[in-house]
Write a protein that binds this ligand. Structure first.
Ligand code: AP5
Ligand code: MG
Length: 193
C-alpha cells in the first residue's frame, strides 16, 4: 500500500486534485468532509451533530472523524492505498491514523502540503459558494474562521509528519493541470518510479 495525505488549508485544491490522483494511482479517496456531508444529507444523528459545527467553521470532535476513518479503512481492505483529504486535521487524529495504519502493517508514504495564500483561498471559496450549496462557504466570517482553525489546530499536523521526514511542500497556485503535474512528480519520486 502507498498512502498519501493531501494536506492544505480550506480551498487549497485538495478535493480537486484528489479526484485526479486517485485515478492516476488507483487509490481510495477518503475525505472526512465528504463523509460528513453524506451524513448530513442522510440526516443521521452524527450528521445533525456535525452540521452545527461545520456551519460555524469549527472542527467535528476527533473521536467522530477517527471512527469514520477506522470504518472506512476496514471496509476497503485490499486497496492499493488511501488518499487522505482533509484528514488528519489535529495531532490527535494524526496519532490515531498512524496507529490504525500500523495495525494494517502500513504507513503514510508522503504528506503533500499545498501552499496557497489566504486571499486566494477566500476568493476561491466565495466563488465556489455560488454553485456548491455548501453552507460553510457562503459567509466570509465563517471562511476566515476556517482559516484560523486551520492555522491553530491543523498546521501542527505538518510538524508531526515533518519529524518523520514525510512532508513535501508543493506550490498550489497555477492551473489545475500544472499543480497535478507537480504532485505526480513528488509522488513518483517517493514511489521510486
Ligand atoms: P472539508 O470538506 O475537508 O473542507 P476544507 O478542508 O475546509 O477544504 P475544502 O473542501 O473547502 O477545499 P479543498 O482544499 O478541498 O479545495 P477544492 O478542491 O474544493 O471540511 C469541511 C468541514 O468539515 C470542516 O470545516 C470541519 O468542520 C469538518 N471536518 C472535515 N474533516 C474534519 C476532520 N478531519 N476533523 C474535524 N472536522 C472535520 O477547491 C476549492 C475551490 O477552488 C473549488 O471551487 C475549486 O474548483 C477551485 N480550485 C481548485 N483548484 C484551483 C486552481 N488551481 N485554481 C483556481 N481555482 C481552483
Ligand atoms: Mg475538499
Amino acid at each position: 500500500m502507498f498512502n498519501i495525505i493531501l494536506f492544505g488549508p480550506p480551498g487549497s485544491g485538495k478535493g480537486t486534485q484528489s479526484e485526479k490522483l486517485i485515478e492516476r494511482y488507483g487509490l481510495k479517496h477518503l475525505s472526512t468532509g465528504d463523509l460528513l456531508r453524506a451524513e448530513i444529507a442522510n440526516k443521521t444523528p452524527l450528521g445533525l451533530e456535525a452540521k452545527s459545527l461545520i456551519d460555524k467553521g469549527q472542527l467535528v470532535p476527533d473521536e467522530v472523524v477517527i471512527g469514520m476513518i477506522d470504518s472506512a479503512i476496514e471496509a476497503n481492505a485490499g486497496v492499493n492505498g488511501f488518499l487522505f483529504d482533509g484528514f488528519p486535521r489535529t495531532v490527535a487524529q494524526a496519532e490515531a491514523l498512524d496507529k490504525l495504519l500500523s495495525f494494517k502493517k502500513s504507513v503514510i508514504g508522503v504528506m503533500i502540503a499545498l501552499q496557497v495564500p489566504e486571499e486566494e483561498l477566500i476568493a476561491r471559496m466565495l466563488n465556489r459558494a455560488k454553485t456548491s450549496g455548501r453552507s460553510d462557504d457562503a459567509d466570509e466570517n465563517v471562511l476566515r474562521n476556517r482559516q484560523a482553525v486551520y492555522r491553530r489546530d491543523t498546521l501542527p499536523v505538518a510538524d508531526h509528519y515533518r519529524k518523520a521526514d514525510k512532508v513535501e511542500e508543493v506550490n498550489g497556485l497555477g492551473t489545475v493541470e500544472e499543480i497535478f503535474e507537480r504532485l505526480t512528480q513528488v509522488i513518483d519520486k517517493k514511489k521510486g518510479i
